[in-house]
Write a protein that binds this ligand. Structure first.
Ligand code: AHR
Length: 541
């Protein structure tokens, strides 16, 4: 299995001392440190004139791969009474539509590097049953590009299409662009029309391959080889449609021995031909990564913050080498917590259709960290334009289905709050927080904050993680230029048991509660944040 290989590969690399292990990677954290505050009260200073960037809604995208039960039994289940006439699960569509997921990456992931998109278009009866070598599963190809586009339209999302640059060629990538984006009169656009799809899909965003730095990846190659292939694909694709936004494959994580060197070499080949570079990250509360220490685990979004800074430094270094006017942005197109369903049978489909793979069960502490990661993404909104919670349904996902319905995992909540309440401009909030010592990370603030202000309706939102496992913290919010209006909503995710999780039997074990509203005196607001909590508050103008 390719992903099993990934795990072993990273493990071996770490023992051999060639990988930047999570630990050595984690220091120094100086850039992420807010001003220290020795007192117990944390102070947040908000000035509506001080902003980071307009928030691109694509920062809260997601991901659906032909993997396990994500597509089949997840969003497409023709035999189910819960599905519509096309076979789309109505309950899942409703949930995704209500969430308002702006962009969804598809069809992989590792899967895409062996995928022939032609197998998934045309009359369903003629589509082949194919052995997917990435996950050792059978793909019936009853769901393909046109079904995904139709489904995306219904749920109100745009596609982020992945291309096969493993076994696939640049020519085949350009053919898919022509199939999707050209109206008529050419070989591939006419093929689409014979498949009953008259209007082009007009797909704007494309990933040039997936994790091509990983020895587990089908078609893995060197950075220079990949950079040249990405350049060729980009040139051919842009000849078909010059308006495309193209994302080159960056490192699949900071633990890779080629971390940053891969990114630099790739960009030396294709900088001028792409718009963005990808990065991926999965975090685990494991012995290797955190020593199974929840206090450290809740600080791990700060190590993502460091990964972002380092990746941007490489982009800008190559920009300097090239004397380029263009500044790349980042696509954090796979991120999540993932460490339990990550070996053995959780990765091996045993040549079955829709096997149970990567069905990670998320607990309260995972949700709190996901809240922290959402904050990290917002704080980097000036350079990250797309990010995808990996994934959306059943596979390392916020939503889980069975034959009778679905339930929301704990991580659903912080993600949905960002989608619901983060609007407009990201605020450059100043935070003074008491800190705690974390091994190899130094002093970490208990309180982690991100905020947005919508210029349209003046609504202001704050998202606050309290990493303290034992103590509530009082927050003082100082409005520096103007105070907001009334509190529109105030919600918190917390609980006594960090390991509590939801299931079909107990879908509400970890669920949002309404939080205390802040009290106001003399232009300041005070609020108590429970221990182990993530809170979202929105005010009117
Ligand atoms: O999201 C699961 C897998 O993780 C993806 O297929 C791959 O890109 C990554 O390694």
């Amino acid at each position: 299995m390719f992903s099993d290989k990934r795990r072993h590969f990273l493990k071996q690399a770490a023992t051999a001392g060639i990988a930047c292990s999570a630990n050595s990677f984690l220091s120094p954290f100086a850039f992420a440190q807010p001003p220290a505050n020795s007192g117990d009260v944390a102070r947040i200073y908000v000035d509506s004139r001080r902003t980071i960037a307009p928030l691109d809604r694509n920062l809260f995208g997601s991901f659906l791969e032909h993997l396990g039960r994500a597509i089949y039994q997840g969003i497409y289940d023709p035999g189910s009474s819960l599905s519509d006439a096309t076979g789309f699960r109505k309950d899942v569509m409703e949930e995704v539509r209500r969430l308002g997921v702006p962009i969804i990456r598809y069809p992989g992931g590792n899967f895409v590097s062996g995928y022939n998109w032609l197998d998934g278009v045309g009359p369903k009866k003629d589509r082949p049953r194919v052995l997917d070598r990435a996950w050792n599963s059978i793909d019936t190809n009853q769901f393909g590009t046109n079904e995904f586009m139709a489904w995306s339209k219904i749920v109100g999302s745009r596609p982020l299409m992945g291309l096969n640059l493993g076994t696939g060629s640049a020519e085949k990538a350009a053919a898919l662009v022509e199939y999707c984006n050209v109206e008529k009169g050419t070989k591939w656009s006419e093929l689409r029309r014979t498949h009953g799809v008259e209007q082009p899909h007009k797909v704007e965003h494309w990933c040039l391959g997936n994790e091509m730095d990983g020895p587990w990846q089908i078609g893995h190659m060197t950075a220079t080889e990949y950079g040249m292939k990405a350049q060729d694909a980009a040139r051919q694709m842009r000849a078909v449609d010059p308006s495309l936004k193209l994302i080159a494959c960056g490192s699949s994580g900071p633990g890779m021995p080629t971390y940053l060197e891969w990114d630099r070499e790739v960009l030396e080949q294709c900088y001028e031909y792409v718009d963005a570079l990808s990065l991926h990250r999965y975090i685990g509360n494991t012995q290797e990564e955190t020593g199974k220490d929840s206090a450290k685990f809740l600080a791990m979004n700060l190590s993502m913050e460091q990964q972002i800074a380092e990746t941007l430094a490489v982009c800008d270094l190559v920009r300097g080498h090239k004397r380029s006017a263009k500044k790349l942005w980042l696509s954090f197109d796979e991120w999540n917590v993932w460490y339990r369903a990550r070996n053995g049978d959780a990765l091996n489909g045993h040549e079955k259709e829709a096997p149970h793979l990567l069905e990670e069960v998320y607990n309260l502490e995972d949700a709190l960290l996901v809240g922290g990661i959402v904050n990290t993404l917002m704080r980097n909104a000036d350079r990250i334009k797309i990010a995808c919670l990996a994934q959306l349904v059943n596979v390392i996902a916020p939503l889980v289905t069975n034959a009778n319905g679905l339930f929301r995992q704990t991580i659903f909540y912080p993600y949905s709050w960002a989608l619901q309440w983060a609007r407009g401009n990201v605020l450059n909030v100043l935070v003074e927080s008491p800190t705690y010592e974390v091994s190899e990370m130094g002093q970490v603030p208990y309180i982690d904050v991100a905020g947005t202000l919508s210029p349209e309706d003046g609504k202001l939102s704050l998202f606050i993680l309290n990493r303290d496992l034992n103590k509530a913290h009082t927050i003082e919010i100082n409005w520096q230029d103007r105070s907001p209006g009334g509190v529109l909503s105030s919600t918190v995710l917390t609980g006594g048991d960090l390991k509590a999780f939801n299931s079909f039997e107990a879908p509400q074990r970890v669920a949002p509660q309404s939080a205390d509203k802040p009290s106001t005196s003399g232009g300041r607001m005070k609020l108590e944040l429970p221990a182990r909590s993530y809170t979202a508050i929105q005010w009117s103008a």
